[in-house]
Write a protein that binds this ligand. Sequence first.
Ligand code: NAD
Length: 359
Amino acid sequence: MNFKITLIGGDGIGPEVTESARVVLEKIALVYNHSFKFNEALAGGCAIDACGKPLPEETLTACKESDAVLLGAVGGTKWDTYPGDKRPETAILGLRKQLGLFANLRPAKLFPTVLGDSPLRGDITEKGIDLIFVRELTGGIYYGERGRENKNGTTRAFDTETYTDSEIYRVGKYAFELAMQRRKNLVSVDKANVLESSRLWRETLHNLSREYPQVSYLDMLVDNAAMQLVKAPSQFDVIVTSNMFGDILSDEASVLTGSIGLLPSASVRNDLFGLYEPIHGSAPDIAGQNKANPIAAILSAAMMLKYSFSLFDEALSIENAVNTALSNGLRTADMFSASTKAVSTAEMTQHILEHIEKK
Ligand code: NAD
């Protein structure tokens, strides 16, 4: 099969880790007889330097003309003093909005070979962690009305959480469909005991649940969900939630699996198009030193194969190769300990490449 992929390396370690993902995809193409055409584009700080804005029109056009986008990370100290709306990070928000990517998928999976890297106790991790967040991405408090008012010497600031039933329905539907492909277990997280927007969220999800009688469905208040994630993460399969709750809870879940350098993500919409990126940032402290963990970017490429191209065996062979590298004791600096073997970005990538084979 033929696919067009826009590759946005971005800043810091972004170009290093997307290069690792690119060579892994090329190996997949070779082994499984596909053709991936890569188109490189600029976004973030490097785009500001090259053409004065974080998200150039040509990049947006390239993304719209491709089947999927693979992004590294954007941002860095060089651009930290830029005003909010001119910072490299606005490129990510712009891409999500302009490409209509309304759901963010963030898996948190603990590879059996790195159980000891989790901050959780062994009796909790031995039950396994394999969950995925479906976070609403283009609505809620991050996009609601906000502002400041000064009255009688008092300054008041406000941010507004709003959701329409159709925004909730489309992300809810995505989550139920995903649960159907996995272990058929869905938890919806809200704050319906306090927030009206959460009550509409819950109502809409309940109505949807009638369309999916095979899925075991549960509501959970966000404070309880925060606790359950560290107490008994094995109970979760798919978790659907609003923009802000998903932002916070998925970061909490990310540390359970050992290192931020292991976790991929996808931003998707109702067709097969998606934007795939590691959850980590541009890590300026280790950029250009061949130290970055490429696994999050490589697993983002695996998510692309699964969710945008429906190449499930190919995705699995990447996941298996990553698992092999980890079980062979290879660790980049972020995960290194006395009993493991320290490797560079390039060595980890090479090892993964060597273990990609047709199922
Ligand atoms: P970060 O994720 O870049 O780094 C946090 C820590 O984790 C650092 O110590 C870093 O060295 C380490 N780390 C991150 N990824 C790693 C990897 N693959 N391998 C090994 N170690 C890794 O977060 P930060 O320091 O808060 O942000 C740095 C810059 O990245 C900022 O400009 C921020 O705005 C930007 N950022 C971008 C994105 C994105 O592009 N989606 C996301 C988060 C942060």
